[in-house]
Write a protein that binds this ligand. Structure first.
Ligand code: CTP
Ligand code: MG
Length: 229
């Protein structure tokens, strides 16, 4: 059995607005439901755990039912950081083969991409979705260029990121220590990499944007309307 943790407990401070971005609507439907729908449509995920702001958990399950989301098994209150929200979701899981972690604000992931990453993780222990980089990336210090990174080798880390349940649990055992060191745990792979586990990179589509700033809502509406989706 494979379980997805969809984290949507953030405040969306970069985007602003009255409500966190995961509850803003694209084409009349909240972003989080667009995202959960992709998990409903994929084959490899049996059960979904949604992690939400504490004040948003009440009533979410019944609303989800109205949207036809039958895989949603639990709604859990999130933590202060993304990683702490993932950890809360993870703690609620007692049994699973593969656990897929996904950002609730990435509604354009496809069911096929989810299935591919889960399947890759089943073979290798861990797999993440990535995308190529269009721009040249510079390392900057004190407003000056330090060096140019080799673009051909660089990828953007997307989600889902999928791991064997036992591996992900071991990875998250390090969380408190890593956060104490002042390291910002911006994805799950970072913690698994520290275990020395080999993680397969699955090439995904650049359409799988993370809704982060206001212009991403405009881009999101356009992506929804484009025929190739
Ligand atoms: N997230 C979470 N719990 C947190 C922080 C983030 O579940 N304490 C989730 C967000 O809801 C989002 C994903 O992690 O789905 C990626 O985080 P990000 O894009 O940074 O969202 P926010 O933290 O909400 O936005 P911002 O950083 O602008 O405040
Ligand atoms: Mg954030």
């Amino acid at each position: 059995m494979n379980v997805a943790i969809v984290v949507a407990a953030g405040k969306g401070t970069r985007l602003g607005g009255n409500r966190p971005k995961q509850f803003l609507e694209l084409d009349g439907i909240p972003v989080i439901f667009h995202t959960l729908r992709q998990f409903e449509r994929c084959r490899e995920i049996d059960e979904v755990v949604a992690v939400l702001p504490a004040e948003e958990t009440a009533g979410f399950q019944s609303l989800a039912q109205q949207f036809g989301l039958r895989k949603l098994s639990r709604v859990i209150a999130g933590g202060d950081t993304r990683a702490q929200s993932v950890q809360r979701g993870l703690t609620s899981i007692t049994e699973a083969d593969i656990v897929a972690v996904h950002d609730g604000v990435r509604p354009f992931v496809t069911p096929e991409e989810i299935d591919q990453v889960v399947a890759a993780a089943r073979k290798s222990g861990g797999a993440i979705l990535v995308a190529r980089i269009a721009e040249t990336i510079k390392e900057i210090k004190d407003g000056r260029v330090v060096r140019t990174l080799a673009r051909a080798q660089l990828r953007r880390a997307l989600t889902p990121q999928c791991f064997r349940f036992d591996i992900l649990k071991l990875a998250y055992d390090q969380l408190a220590e890593v956060e104490r060191e002042g390291i910002e745990v911006t994805d799950d792979s970072l913690l698994v990499e520290r275990l020395g586990v080999e993680i397969v990179a699955v090439e995904g589509s650049a359409r799988n944007i993370k809704i982060t700033q206001e212009e991403d809502l405009v881009l999101g509406e356009a992506l929804l309307r484009s025929v190739v989706l």
